[in-house]
Design a protein around this ligand. Sequence first.
Ligand code: NAD
Ligand code: UDP
Length: 320
Amino acid sequence: MSKSVLVTGGAGFLGSHLCERLLDEGHRVICLDNFGSGQRANVERLLDDPLFEIIDSDVRMPGALPPVDRIYHLASRASPDDFTDFPVNIALSNTQGTRRLLDHARACDARMVFASTSEVYGDPEVHPQPETYSGNVNIRGVRGCYDESKRFGETLTVAYNREYDLDVRTIRIFNTYGPRMRPNDGRVIPTFVSQALRGDNLTVYGDGQQTRSFCYVDDLIEGLVTLMRFDDLPHSVYNIGRENERTIEQLAHDIIDLTDTESEIVYEPLPEDDPSRRKPDISRAKSELGWEPEIPLREGLNETIAYFDSVLETTRQSAE
Ligand code: NAD
Ligand code: UDP
């Protein structure tokens, strides 16, 4: 049945794919975004759809919101590069912003999904990370604005559920990549792919032995809408990600290989508190949501490379 859906952060990487998917399913979609790290180009082609609407606004600010049946709260900068430049903005988007949306969900009796992150596990001492692991976050470190605000955002969702019986779920998203990330976003895949396509050297931080597990955007969006779809679920928090753990050095080699570039690897200092290992335990999502990722890393990387190639080509042409 068609619903009215509010997507905060809808002009960002994940948000724009989500808006598109929801419109394809016939829902009315309202995208609320302040265009801080989002891009108008991500949602430009959706503007022709009468069921799509943009509100240029900030989740941290008070103000009326449209009545809806469903809310996806994705609005938050997510690149570690932004943790140094926008810590207050990030901390408040996930706490003050989450409170505003929870209140709105209560007011219109909407179901809500909060976009949390694998960063709630910090630099994990448990591997792989199940939802039951409490995490190891440095609350005062440079990543604290993001990690701890997501943790408190989750705490708020649980509190609203306990006290007001609000139907709110949390998705803990593990590193996701794909088309519509910004070439200068700072996260590792857009950075390596842009460097490789430009013929620049790939900047591996530290010795490159730290690991991440990368999920392609289409798989992530499937997990996100599946989590919203169920009327009843045994739990209110689910890890969504892919289990293929890779070192960052291996990832750099993968990208050099797939782009057929002359670029080489250069090693730069490891940022503060950079988690050493990360891999989701997705057994809960598999058994309770019936979800699991399907797209292999090399296939997803090829799609991503093709996208960045076209973006960089457009930039080159407009510079000529
Ligand atoms: P993104 O930067 O592309 O998207 C974030 C969007 O939110 C942008 O469009 C931005 O303009 C908007 N935004 C930020 N602060 C806002 C505010 N105060 N008010 C209104 N709009 C605001 O990043 P993304 O990768 O698409 O991440 C989306 C969500 O998913 C975030 O909440 C992020 O924490 C979460 N997440 C993403 C990943 C990932 O690997 N991509 C991993 C874990 C969690
Ligand atoms: N990284 C890197 N070179 C870069 C950007 C990132 O080696 O140019 C590393 C970073 O130190 C981290 C990993 O890649 O170990 C993933 O970084 P990203 O910012 O994508 O995500 P997060 O650290 O939040 O998982």
